[in-house]
Design a protein around this ligand. Structure first.
Ligand SMILES: Nc1ncnc2c1ncn2[C@@H]1O[C@H](COP(=O)(O)OP(=O)(O)O)[C@@H](O)[C@H]1O
Ligand SMILES: [Mg+2]
Length: 241
């Protein structure tokens, strides 16, 4: 039987004791491209931060590949939402991509030639190799997102979790990110991606998780991506409000 990569059981997460994700249940299919969709404030970012161990849930269980979470998370590359990153930090493009190697080496070991090669390969995939010595503060939104994806590729994890990677970027970068995601899927990688544009869900993803304060529906695009389920998340008033 095929195991799920990530399973979440009855997960609830609160900020200052105010729950924003309630009793969420989901399983991420291996080798899928899974979108998380839902209105602003639905708890999408909170849910994935819970999975990444960045916020402590008030209850529930998270299982990643049946391993202790600390080890399991080494196999997960995380691309945070744009606004959550300080881009004034003095670092070059190559520095940032090399951070993807630290998980394999620990923070105190220097990166070596091999690491630099891996980082440059990742930059080539994202067509950013010419920018390797550029300060990240000087990049456009689309270029920053490419660097973040290169860092995730450099990490060489099996699972990618990305929070709105296509928000506020140019269409060329959007296409490149989607093509890269599809290529990596062919290599066996799994994607869990918060996505804001309902019009492209079908083209870009094969599974979808619809969220509003809890997980309302999840499954293949064919089974789940229909008007009734979308309305439930976007237009019906939450029973908890
Ligand atoms: N650090 C925080 N402290 C308090 N409340 C927060 C924090 N982050 C998010 N929230 C609240 O939690 C809810 C869900 O937020 P979020 O997960 O960011 O939603 P989404 O990513 O779906 O837009 C929102 O009501 C938001 O205001
Ligand atoms: Mg968010």
């Amino acid at each position: 039987m095929e195991r799920d990569t990530i399973t979440v059981k009855d997960l609830s997460i609160a900020y200052d004791e105010k729950p924003v994700v309630w009793h969420a249940n989901m399983s991420l299919k291996p080798n899928s491209r899974t979108a998380i969709v839902g209105p602003n404030g639905a708890g999408k970012s909170t849910l994935i931060k819970g999975i990444m161990g960045l916020i402590k849930p008030i209850s529930g269980e998270i299982n990643i590949e049946d391993k202790p979470l600390k080890d399991a998370l080494k196999n997960v590359a995380y691309v945070p939402q744009k606004g959550e990153v300080n881009w004034d930090f003095p670092a070059t493009v190559l520095d940032v991509v090399l951070m993807g190697r630290y998980v394999h080496k620990g923070w105190f070991k220097r990166t070596n030639k091999k690491d630099t090669e891996i980082a440059m390969d990742a930059l080539k995939i994202m067509k950013m190799e010419a920018f390797k010595d550029r300060q990240i503060s000087e990049l456009s939104g689309g270029q920053r997102q490419r660097v973040f994806l290169a860092r995730a590729i450099c990490h060489d994890a099996d699972i990618y979790i990305m929070d709105e990677p296509l928000q506020g970027i140019d269409i060329t970068t959007e296409k490149l990110i989607i093509d890269t995601m599809k290529n990596l899927q062919k290599e066996g990688k799994t994607f869990l991606v918060v996505h804001h544009n309902l019009d492209t869900v079908e083209d870009y993803f094969d599974h979808v998780i619809i969220v509003n304060k809890t997980i309302l529906s999840s499954g293949t695009i064919e089974d789940v991506w229909n008007q009734e389920n979308i309305n439930q998340a976007y237009y019906e008033k939450s029973v908890r409000e």
